[in-house]
Design a binder for this molecule. Structure first.
Ligand code: NAD
Ligand code: MG
Ligand code: MG
Ligand code: MG
Ligand code: MG
Length: 340
């Protein structure tokens, strides 16, 4: 069983005696900054001058400063800009202004694992990676609950990096749920694999193929959308509550039998071989290099793939259908950042 930590294992006063700079105010950034502040921690949000987030953070009563200035004043610097810009921000504004004994924190190990950021040995390097979207991290904290996190220490310069990481995890609410000990390598490789093979990549492709199969066979796109996409959330909720067993218990015997006999016909053993190839590209750094090289070139591949995804017929069908649901009055908004 993995090593787990809860509120009683963490000392909040450690971080309450430090100043924390949160760099970036997106999905994770706003949640960390507000939860830390509400836990009695001194927080400064570091942003680019002219950033659209500046007023948002200031309106929440947070201290906001240019990144260089925020870093220079901080004992802990949590880097919550997008992964592909972290090394640029680190080189230009963080490293030159970092106190010699400041601790560097991350919510994902990408830049450390693949060597895009190599801090001096004088810094603690810690990770507190909530296992949920930033907006849930904030909402659950406000409700007195917390999103679980995984925590790691890559470099323990102070000798107390682990205590500090747990203190941070407590301040964002994660130890209320439970915190699992990991390493930067394990978190990075498994996080990338999960989102590529299953959560984002695998599920998206599965939904698109399911939709295409029904529509090409002459069924109404709206019905196809219901059957292969809309109901997915209801299934995932059951899996989240009680595993595959609860999902199978709750659905009909017909569905359960179909699961057993047809699931393995669709997801054949060669899919697992392809998953192993994906994992190998993650472990070798080939995926990281492809992503970063493309981003550095202005993201031509990324933007073309995004446009291709947006033009798949299931998107138009889904958008029209979701608007026409009686219970759905909420505008669709993707500006808040991603969950993975
Ligand atoms: P995001 O895209 O939501 O927000 C990034 C923020 O960084 C922006 O809002 C902006 O304030 C700032 N920013 C953007 N470009 C910048 C630039 N060029 N220079 C300086 N600042 C810039 O990011 P996110 O999804 O919250 O991800 C932050 C980190 O958290 C990443 O390491 C990610 O892997 C990790 N993470 C995210 C989630 C999640 O829920 N989104 C979950 C776990 C871990
Ligand atoms: Mg993840
Ligand atoms: Mg059905
Ligand atoms: Mg059943
Ligand atoms: Mg991820």
């Amino acid at each position: 069983m993995a090593e787990m930590f809860y509120d009683d294992d963490a000392d909040l006063s450690l971080i309450q005696n430090k100043k924390v700079a949160i760099i970036g105010y997106g999905s994770q950034g706003h949640a960390h900054a507000l939860n830390l502040r509400d836990s009695g921690v001194q927080v400064v949000v570091g942003l680019r001058e002219g950033s659209t987030s500046w007023n948002k953070a200031a309106e929440q009563g947070l201290e906001v400063a240019p990144i260089a200035q925020a870093v220079a004043s901080a004992d802990i610097v949590m880097i919550l800009t997008p992964d592909q810009v972290q090394r640029h921000v680190y080189a230009s504004e963080i490293a030159p202004n970092l106190k010699a004994d400041a601790a560097l924190f991350f919510a994902h190990g990408f830049n450390i694992r693949f060597g895009y950021i190599s801090p001096d040995a004088s810094h603690d390097i810690c990770m507190v990676a909530p296992k949920g979207p930033g907006h849930t991290v904030r909402r659950q904290y406000e409700e007195g609950r917390g999103v679980p996190a995984i925590v790691a220490v890559e470099n323990d310069a102070s000798g107390s990096a682990w205590d500090l990481a747990l203190s941070y995890a407590k301040a964002v609410g994660a130890t209320r749920a439970g915190v699992v000990k990991t390493t930067f390598n394990e978190e990075t490789e498994t996080d990338l694999f999960g989102e590529q093979a299953v959560l984002c990549g695998g599920v998206s492709q599965l939904i698109q193929y399911g939709f295409e199969t029904l529509v090409e066979a002459g069924y109404q796109p709206e019905i196809a959308y219901f059957e292969v996409c809309h109901e997915l959330k209801l299934i995932v909720d059951l899996i989240n509550e009680g595993g595959l067993a609860k999902q199978r218990w709750s659905c009909s015997d017909t569905a359960e039998y179909g699961d057993y006999v047809s699931g393995p016909r669709v997801i054949t053993p060669d899919v697992k071989d392809h998953m192993k190839d994906v994992l190998a590209d993650i472990q070798s750094g080939a995926f990281a290099k492809r992503f970063i090289d493309d981003q550095d070139a202005g993201a031509p591949e990324f933007l073309a793939l995004r446009a291709k995804g947006e033009s798949h017929p299931i998107e138009a069908t889904g958008q029209a259908l979701r608007k026409s649901f009686g219970w759905s009055s909420r505008d669709e908004d993707y500006t808040d950042g991603s969950a993975a």
